[in-house]
Design a protein around this ligand. Sequence first.
Ligand SMILES: Cc1cc2nc3c(=O)[nH]c(=O)nc-3n(C[C@H](O)[C@H](O)[C@H](O)COP(=O)(O)O)c2cc1C
Length: 368
Amino acid sequence: MYSLIFRLLFVPMDAERAHHLSFTALRILDSVPLLGRLVRFVCARSAVHPVEVLGLPFPNRIGLAAGFDKNGVGVRALSALGFGHIEVGTITAHAQPGNDRPRLFRLRDNLALLNRMGFNNDGARQASFNIAEQRERIAALPQRLRPIVGVNIGKTKVVDASDAVSDYAASTRALAPLADYLVINVSSPNTPGLRDLQSVSSLEPIIAAVRETAAEVVEQPRSQLGHVPLLVKIAPDLADDDVLEICDLAMRAGIDGLITTNTTIDRSVLTGTEEHFATDQAGGISGRPLAERSLEVLRLVKGRVGDALTVISVGGVADAKDARARVAAGADLVQVYSEMIYSGPFFPGRVIRGLESSRLLTRGTGGA
Ligand SMILES: Cc1cc2nc3c(=O)[nH]c(=O)nc-3n(C[C@H](O)[C@H](O)[C@H](O)COP(=O)(O)O)c2cc1C
């Protein structure tokens, strides 16, 4: 049914317009009490498998990756699809329009997306109002269904790299009080110079400023850790040695976790004519072609950090088997995005139920 709707309605439509249409439809359905409950009943059936990570009670291990709900306007509606956490953002200190359209493309043969959105968002102040409103809405849900809200922050495009520290601190001041966990995004390929902030010398002062600011503005963190958990999201295109260096910095700086990975600028992960198309276009690739490197980076990170840091794996997860492989490789949580565009609103629930039943099976047969 969804693949028919996808082909007839969404494929002829610009990908970004299709995103807005489907997200708006979901939010409208969720706002009508009976319909909202019906969506939750159908999509999120048997999706509660509680797990404590980062000192927070996650309803399950599967979350929605950053970039879908950039302004934090649809947390409750998205949780009705079964997600145990929603990472909103990337949010920047100042509102910005992002890059010119078109800036989101479907690469259907590769089951991938190419995006160069460029952190289009309404800015930290507006996002703080939106998230506060969403928090009120999810507070009305039974505790076991309440999604965890991550807030992903990035650098405002017009702010010079030399002022990045105060820009991240400004976002933290506005958003940390509303975040269950915070993510420093230094890995999007669509803000010029952003990924250079992954160098240890640039990242260290950003981590310190975000941590100190969060401690100043949040008196009673929701996490049992006693502070707002702080994670850094990294790119899949880093050389292995640089990944290891970030792991060492993360442990030294006392951050709580890493998110691996953002989209890739590597076009060789694609095949056929879409590889040629993407070679001429700026932007990051997500979806199935990213899976291999994303898993590789997860293994690299886990090999270095062991259990010292929480690791959230994202990139090319297409079914419960993939999610299971990420958990088996040491991921505490798994996020999805692109596959939902191709597989539809039942996708998160399927992954959650499949992950849990495969875990039970493996446990039953004495496996890891
Ligand atoms: C349209 C689009 C927009 C995105 N925007 C963001 C963003 O604002 N911040 C961020 O950290 N990641 C962003 N991402 C990256 C995703 O969070 C995720 O890391 C990536 O898509 C890999 O996961 P997937 O293969 O399951 O899509 C975006 C991805 C897509 C497809």
